[in-house]
Design a binder for this molecule. Sequence first.
Ligand code: AQP
Length: 278
Amino acid sequence: MSGQREPVRIFSGIQPTGRKHLGNFLGGVQQFVEGQHRGDAVYCIVNMHATTIAYAPEALRERVYDTQALLIAAGVDPDKCVLFRQSDVAEHGVLCWLLSSVTAYGELGRMHQFKEKSVQQRDLVSTGLFLYPVLQAADILLYQAQEVPVGEDQRQHLELTRNLAQRFNARFGETFTVPRIRVPKTAARVMDLQDPTAKMSTSARGDAGTVHVLDDPDTIAQKVRSAMTDSGREVRLSPEKPGISNLIEIYAGIPAVDRRGRGAIRPNDLWPIQERRL
Ligand code: AQP
């Protein structure tokens, strides 16, 4: 035995839908970049998840490439991690089916994301949308991931994934690694700049509260300047001050070199995120 520890297996996914925003970047993508330097990282563009709501096939196909380009621009390096398209690996769908048989119907009905997204669907609330967290569990368990870097909004899905792995193992013998969630210490849940009680999201109604990663600098500055803040002059983190707290979290979450406008993010200068404090 060499005594060397195996690198931690990291898995995460990102949807090729809509325009990626600051929440996706701070909650997800920044962690992808950090993970590829620390562990055995596997990242997936989850185009099958994107078919659970109405979509145009041509546009979705293109967005896979756009998302891949964004990830690479943000520092995800295919020489340091595995980066792939979900639909290229048929086993994601196969495992989703097997896991669906150890998933209680009631568990899926309690998922916040399903409840929120199903009311946004005008014509059809698909079974795919209902099964979305089971496919996500399959994505993760298929690679025996130990760690899953995501934003705070994915905590409930990760808890379900852990439950499914434990249930499957108990019924059929040790099969899956039970993964742990990894959320950033700061900016784990970036809120909408115009409504700091709602998460910054791709499907937000208006554009003013969402900073898209491809917005130009003037637009970003304008959105931040117009952000809704709170009454009083105090600048502090507090649940009573959701607007100011959101801006502080965002500021703390953005890498220092970027804040000073010195150009590209250099992950090795900035990580691990756990060490960063306000
Ligand atoms: N507001 C957020 N704050 C922090 N992290 C966030 N993530 C999403 N929103 C926030 C994290 O981004 C990663 C990729 O998420 P996704 O693939 O689900 O992308 P999306 O569908 O574009 O994300 P949205 O905005 O959450 O979509 P809608 O509006 O459809 O609900 C994940 O790690 C996620 O946690």
